[in-house]
Design a protein around this ligand. Sequence first.
Ligand code: PLP
Length: 385
Amino acid sequence: MKIPLLDVNAQNLPLETELKAAFEKVLRSGRFILGPEVSELEGKIAEMAGARHAIGVSSGTDALLLALMTLGIGPGDEVLCPAFTFFATAGSISRIGARPVFVDSLEETFNIDLQDAAGKVTKRTKAIVPVHLFGLSADMRALTAFAEEHKLAVIEDDAQALGAECHGRPVGGIGDFGTFSFFPSKNLGGFGDGGMVVCNDDQLAEKARSLRSHGSKPKYFHHSVGGNFRLDELQAALLLVKLPYLKTYTDRRRENAMLYRERLGELASSGSLILPIEPEGFGHVWNQYTIRIPGAGERDRVRKILEQEGVATEIYYPLPLDAQECFRELGQKGSCPVAERLSTEVLSIPIGPELTKSDQERVLQALSSAIGADQPLSSAESPRL
Ligand SMILES: *Cc1c(COP(=O)(O)O)cnc(C)c1O
């Protein structure tokens, strides 16, 4: 039996009865666009994110796009974002006509390196988009101070981090905007695409709400050009069924992460593998458990063995954004050396809430023997810097 990276059926099928009831409720209501289900979900996500407002949208990507549009960011503007993240973070900046400026990452947390960001601020820089990668919040205290110093708007990309905390505050409502995704692989995974924008400012929230539906208010009177970025009523109803279980899902992810740390500690102290961390004061929600395997070709060698053992893994992300073909004309390739190295070392292993104890034991077994085997003596002997 193969061990998948994430088993969506194992999570969703036990809720089949409730999900069908939610579907039927919306079906019978005949109301499919911006109805009570979307409003209820907005209220609950706002509360979870510690924000005054939440606006349900069509995806995490559109959430980013909508936040940028609402802030009036566009051609001539620069926006700082990590090079080591999912494409959408930078793609949305590019799509509104602004220039993404790629910032390097901190290798211990995978999150944005503010020291590198400081050297990349120009007169044109309008905003910074920290990504709480793999479920660990960026250091939002330092980031908020940085943004104040340089007068930048902050858009948190919370796609992987619903429920994560930074110094006792939930992510989302810390920045000017927070953006969430309900893509099936996220911590609150939906049944297709969906997302949410959160913010604290009343006027910005109203503007975002209007831009979500073609910038009209009232209907058919347009003061600005928006788009159709709405979250489906049906999607919201189904997400509301799953939301009460999110805490249990997160607890399970945390347990799995703890077991990995406990059991891989010895291998990690030998230097042949580096474990992800949860720094003091941070609440990690472990959307991914991403280990690092240093040494030329080592990560790929280990990955192949795991695959042969039936353990699915993934490389998030194999190519930093500054090196992507579509961003070649930005001329930033090579500007993020840590991101570049991380992309050769990272390997995400199964951490989902449905991972059984025995499957996790199999992952541990496969990983230990893959890493233990074929270690060149020289690398075992030389101390790691
Ligand atoms: C998933 C993800 C997104 C985009 O979300 P979609 O709902 O798939 O559009 C954006 N940023 C990050 C970091 C993500 O992981």
